[in-house]
Ligand binder design. Structure first.
Ligand code: FAD
Length: 293
């Protein structure tokens, strides 16, 4: 693992920003402020999530369609196959194609809350690899898929999970975006394991700027992301001090991305949570500068 460069002159990396579709007018305003702030950084694409079980289908579509109409950005629509027939999923994909959207982030999705485990829809795409193959039949989409440096929480084992990632790539995906992680070594080891398994497409690190440590710690337990002890120490005593928390979060994420950059990573995906400030600052540290209109 390379150490942090003191005066790195790395090439400006490719960026992507992830948003979620807003539920209220106030949140809509917040999202669009965020989009307008990040737009001049000319990301490779921006993506919009699909709520659990497709619950935000219309809102995701509306947001993506507005990105096409009103911005210079290239949108990617997240699409899950849980709880829907193949025909229903294909219809959603076709609507995207007709709206000019050419990039899909293809995911299985999670079982609805309260259900013991995931069961494929009887007429549905069972797993994300099946969804990728189905989407390719609808149109020649660019397809990104999910990857898990710390292994998907319900995977049989790490090797099985890696073979699943390979199936998604073999079915037509050309990029994997990782679940967020805090232990950089784990991600770098995962890149080696993926390469050894014959996966040669970019595996883009998903970066989550930690604006609320308590919430992130809770969520991480559900999605299988380890929260190292040093992080607990870093945010200790800051629960009621959002300003300091924010600065600590920026410093922590800056260190993470610079370490990744020093190790040759040249593409980054930001989980913005519809707030621009931390993502913008970290992108700036990586070398991104606004493009003049
Ligand atoms: P898959 O790749 O299908 O894998 C799911 C699990 O099944 C893994 O454990 C895998 O090893 C196992 N598996 C795969 N194939 C088989 C098989 N044939 N037999 C047995 N086991 C198998 N969720 C949303 O609801 N909306 C979103 O917008 C969204 N965006 C995301 C974006 C990113 C970048 C990431 C990392 C996750 C996102 N998620 C989203 C969460 C995702 O839906 C969940 O993590 C889900 O549990 C797995 O989705 P997947 O596409 O990785 O599934």
């Amino acid at each position: 693992v390379a150490s942090l460069p003191q005066s790195a002159v790395a090439a400006v990396p490719a960026l992507s920003f992830e948003f979620f579709p807003p539920k209220t007018e106030a949140l809509e305003q917040q999202l669009w402020n965020c989009i307008r702030r990040l737009e001049p950084l000319a990301p490779r694409f921006v993506s919009v999530t699909y709520g659990a079980g497709g619950s935000t289908q219309e809102r995701t579509h509306t947001t993506v369609a507005r990105l096409v109409r009103e911005t210079s950005l290239t949108p990617a629509a997240h699409l899950t196959c849980v709880g829907a027939s193949r025909g229903e999923v294909d219809d959603v994909a076709r609507r995207y194609w007709d709206a000019g959207v050419r990039h899909i982030v293809a995911l299985r999705g999670d079982a609805p809350a309260g259900e013991a485990g995931y069961t494929p829809h009887p007429e549905g795409y069972a797993y994300a690899a099946d969804l990728v193959a189905g989407l390719k039949r609808v149109g020649d989409f660019e397809i990104s898929v999910a990857a898990y440096p710390e292994t998907h929480p319900t995977a049989f084992n790490a090797q099985h999970d890696l073979e699943n990632l390979k199936r998604k790539i073999d079915a037509g995906a050309t990029r994997a975006i990782t679940q967020y992680f805090f232990d950089t070594d784990t991600y770098l080891r995962f890149l080696d394991a993926a390469l050894a398994a014959g996966i040669t497409v970019p595996i883009v690190p998903g970066i989550l700027p930690v604006s609320n440590f308590k919430q992130v710690a809770k969520f991480s337990a559900m999605c299988g992301t380890a929260v190292p002890d040093w992080m607990g120490k870093l945010f200790e005593g800051l629960d009621d001090d959002p300003d300091t928390r924010h600065m600590v979060a920026a410093a922590m994420a800056a260190e993470q991305v610079r370490l990744l950059q020093a190790n040759g990573v040249d593409e980054f995906h930001f989980y913005t949570l519809n707030r621009a400030d931390l993502s913008y600052a970290i992108a700036h540290i990586l070398g991104a500068r606004p493009k003049k209109a």
